[in-house]
Design a protein around this ligand. Structure first.
Ligand code: SAM
Length: 286
């Protein structure tokens, strides 16, 4: 990975976020699974097909795709995060998914063996330093006529599940400046015109973006109520990043503020807040 043009992200997903994802994987998978299904529904991977899962992380989607293509098909999961891939490999072994391969590589530059029928991703394509180069690489990996599909976040203003807890910290800790437009990160694909430009520039045809709104069960809906949601939000994601260097007292005040902010969204045993994504599809024409 020393030759990666995404060195900062490689470090982040190996040292900072990757271990947190591994520790919280069941919650994250439960939280994100309905959004990943949106992509599978569009791509409709079929038995016998070859599928590439970009930024496969701890492997839930790669395993789901492997189930869809069956043993006559093949899935390759690619990711830069060694700890997340190790978790994915454990899960693949436990399921006996011998037609699932995993590779630790930067999808922007990895020399994939061409001929994939499908390239799929759940929130794994927003972190490239050069997205046009990355998607041109994924375009090369597809067979002529091959399908691309991914899900990415729309703007933070449409994602109160992330915005409201973060705003609750104002006055307790300094909030970070918004990232530069297009800088790698969760919201870098929020602008539909930018996404179209990237995919057009990479050579894709039939680019389509569908907005989808969904109720997101914060922390995967494990039934922990407000306390469970707060514990989850303070352990991973932007709220946890803002509080990284906070002392115990500040963390306690922040936890109370986040709790007050999400309490109105308690729905039975879960905190359920609105989320907004793009489901993006395209095709390699020739
Ligand atoms: C938000 S996580 C999503 C993980 C997984 N797709 C899921 O939904 O559970 C983003 C993933 O993209 C991976 N990633 C970031 N940049 C990458 C790159 N250049 N090449 C391959 N994977 C990358 C990260 O390591 C991480 O696993």
């Amino acid at each position: 990975m020393t030759d990666s043009p995404n060195a900062e992200q490689v470090t982040y997903w190996n040292e900072t976020s990757g271990p947190k994802w591994v520790a919280r994987v069941e919650q994250l998978d439960a939280q994100l699974a309905p959004l990943g299904e949106l992509v599978f529904d569009r791509l409709d991977p079929r038995p016998g097909e070859r599928v590439l899962d970009v930024g496969c992380g701890c492997g839930q989607t790669a395993l789901q795709l492997a189930e869809r293509v069956g043993p006559s098909g093949r899935v390759l999961g690619v990711d830069v995060s060694a700890p997340m891939l190790a978790r994915a490999a454990e899960r693949a072994r436990a399921k006996g998914a011998e037609h699932l391969d995993l590779v630790e590589a930067d999808a922007q530059i990895h020399a994939f063996e061409p001929g994939f029928d499908v390239v799929s991703s759940r929130f794994g394509v927003m972190f490239f330093a050069d997205p046009v180069a990355a998607f041109a690489n994924l375009h090369r990996a597809l067979a002529p006529g091959g399908r691309l599909g991914f899900v990415c976040w729309r703007e933070i203003g449409l994602n109160p599940w992330m915005r409201i807890p973060l705003m609750a910290l104002a006055g307790h800790v300094p909030l970070p400046e918004p990232p530069a437009v297009g800088a790698p990160g969760p919201f870098s694909f929020a602008d539909p015109e930018r996404v179209r430009g990237i995919l057009d520039g990479a050579g894709f045809a039939d680019v389509a973006l569908s907005p989808v709104a969904a109720g997101l069960h914060v922390g995967g809906g494990v039934g922990g109520g407000v306390d469970g949601a707060v514990e989850f939000l303070l352990s991973i994601g932007p709220v946890s990043a803002v509080l990284r260097d906070a002392d115990e007292g500040t963390r306690a005040t922040a936890a109370a503020a986040v709790g007050d902010a999400v309490r109105p969204f308690l729905d039975g045993p879960d905190v359920v807040m609105d989320a907004a994504v793009w489901v993006v599809t395209a095709r390699r024409s020739g």
